[in-house]
Structures are given as structure tokens and as C-alpha cells.
Design a protein around this ligand. Sequence first.
Ligand code: APR
Ligand code: PHB
Length: 394
Amino acid sequence: MNMRTQVGIIGAGPAGLLLSLLLAREGIESCVLESRSSEEVETTIRAGVLEQGTVDLMMELGLGERMQREGAVHHGIELRFDGEGHRIPLSELTNGRAIVLYPQHEVLKDFIAACLKQEGHLLFNVKDVQLSDISSHQPHIHFIHENELIDLRCDFIAGCDGFHGVSRSSIPDTVQRVFGRTYPFGWLGILMQAPPSANELIYAYSEHGFALVSTRSPELQRMYIQCDPHDDIANWSDAMILEGLQLRLATIDNWQLHIGPIIQKSILAMRSFVIEPMQYGRLFLAGDAAHIVPPTGAKGLNLAVADVRHLTHALTQFYQKKRTDLLEAYSTTCLRRIWRAEHFSWWMTSTLHRFPDDDPFQQRLQRAQLEHTVRSRAAATSLAENYVGLPFDW
Ligand code: APR
Ligand code: PHB
């Protein structure tokens, strides 16, 4: 079967779904192809920190109603080291900007509901997605949906299919450059049925390694501890995880973690990754398909949002004014913000984790960096500015 659309979007994660919604607002038709089922997309546990700019955009699109009701606005974070907590007053340092904790899968539910209401297509459970003719003016996406082989003719293709997707490999090796780091640690993440232990997120550095206390709701808490990325989660009993958290979060004034049953646990690897350029012919990559950050700075979803805003603007100018300059500049425009976030995420990660091969010198440097961050208003402001997110046109 043959189909046609203006923008063929591969992947229904935050990048693909938001792109489709933003394009629809400009009267541009799209078709989103997702290999997983909608249930799977809506239940995969990911991060949950929305930058001010992401929150503002959701409100502007009329998609912020549930986020406003169920999300929690946070005006600060805590950096904890040497057994003491230090508050970074995000809003005070950034002219009132803040973050909202609202889980990514809830964002996805809101996006999917909105996409299903609008015209255009959102297809789940597609198989064997392949791209062709991307350097021509009429690229195609071939895929199988409900046992039917479909040839989707597009003006443009947006590769929003995440780090393990197929789009990125369509950019010839001869034109792409890849930059990356893998880290010698991962995060063991849990969901715990317990009341919150703190009003704000806690990022803790200790001799036992990193820990993060986050939240999902008044009844459900999200926490992480640094671990060996190759470890098997089966090696970690609930008691070991609890002990790990308590050791890393201990304070001199005997702070107590509120505990309860652990209902989910898994290990995540951490990497930094960027492909340049993010475009080739009529293919444009956005989100995790083009770049990965370690989760320490909570930038992943927010970077995807910034990419698709730029892409929408460039495509709108193309359709309305026949301008091609913004499309040509897409990669360069996005990469400025991406590299800022790559640096910030790498910095947070390097400062807060114990490295397997570190020595006392490196540990002293980490501590000096943390001291500077909490004692110097300029350094705290730099952290706050990056954490709440730089302005969209940065
Ligand atoms: N065909 C169709 N869909 C695909 C294919 C494929 N070959 N490969 C992957 N996908 C889908 C995945 O199933 C997933 O739903 O593409 C989607 C990509 O979504 P994400 O991985 O969430 O990536 P993105 O939309 O860029 O979101 C930004 O930043 O830090 C992260 O957790 C954060 O997921 C968030 C991401
Ligand atoms: C989360 O709530 O899952 C979370 C919060 C902050 C991070 C990473 C993950 O930096």
C-alpha cells in the first residue's frame, strides 16, 4: 500500500510525538511510526524532570493540565557531601525559573492522547522500518503494519527513534562524526512505596559513591545509587539496596530515609554521545537518536524538546516561505545547546560519582569543586542556570 505525508516521523517517544503536535499546530501533516505498543510506551519508567521551557511549551500547547495538577514544582535542589546538605536555590538564582517533577511516561500519555485527537497518523506496532532516497526530494519510509507492507512517501523524515533506532545509520559513515564517553559506573534505580524523604531532590556524593533521591508522587519515590554497569540486578537484594542508599545519604545530624517496599528495580548504563551533523539530505535526527547524556543533569527529555522546536520552526519556514536556510542550519543550531548540556551532564556526573580507579587526589578535587559550587554564588548560579534550562534561543 502507498501512503503520503509531509513529514514522516520515526519513533513515538517525547521527540516524535511532540514534533507531530507542533507541526499540526502549523498546519503541517505528519505520520508517526512506532515499533512498540502504546501500552509499552506509556509504561516504560524513565526520568521525570521538566525544565521551565518544557513546562511553558506544554502549557502553550494546552497539554499542561494534568502536569499542573499532578506534577510538583521544585524551586531548589540539595547537594549533599561530607555528611552535610547544601541547598541550591534554583529559582532565586535564575529570576524565578523552576523545574517540574512529572514522570516522562505521564508526559507521553498526554502527548499520545493529544496526537490521537488530531488528524494525521500515529501507528504503533510497526515493523521493519527502512528509510530510502533520503538525499532526494522525496524520501520514503517502508514498513510493515498489521501484516501489510507500506511505502510512505514524505517530503522530510524525522528520525526520532532513540539511541537504538534505525535512522542514524542512514547517514553515511563518510559524513558523520561520532563523539562519546562511556562511564565506568551505572545507576541502580528503584521505585519505593514510601512517603517522600525530602521536599527537594538530593544529589549525594560520598566515599561509597553517588546517590539520588527523587520522587514520583506522595506515595511513590524514585531513587538511584551508583553501581557497576555490568552488574546483574539479581545480585542486589532489597536489603542491600537500602543499605547502599543509607550509607551514601548519611549525614552528621542523622538524617533518616523514609522506607517502604521496593516495587521495581533495574540497572541503567550511562553514556555521553553526539553525532554530527544531525541531518543528511531530507533526514533530520532529533532527541536520543542524535545525542545521549548521562541522567545526572536530567537533560535528556528537555534536549529532545529543544530539537523538535527548532525543527518545527525550520519546517514551518520552509512550507510557508520556501526558506531552506533554517533547515540547512538545523544541526548547527541544535548542537550549540546540545554541547552545553553534554558538558553540564558530564560535569555533574564526573563531580558526583566515585571512579573505580580514582585516587585521593581526584577525590579532593571533586570535594573542592562541590565546596566551590555551594559557597560561591557565581558557581551556584551556573549550576542553577544549566539545571533549570537555558532559554530556548540560547
Ligand atoms: N521503528 C520505529 N520506532 C522505533 C524504532 C524503529 N526502528 N526504534 C526505536 N523506536 C522507538 C522506540 O520504541 C521509542 O518509543 O522510538 C522511540 C524513541 O523514544 P526515546 O528513546 O524516548 O527517545 P526521544 O523521543 O528522543 O526522547 C528523549 O531522552 O533521556 C531521554 O528518557 C529520555 O526518552 C527520553 C529521551
Ligand atoms: C528521576 O526522577 O528519575 C530523575 C531525577 C533527576 C535526575 C535523573 C532522574 O537527574
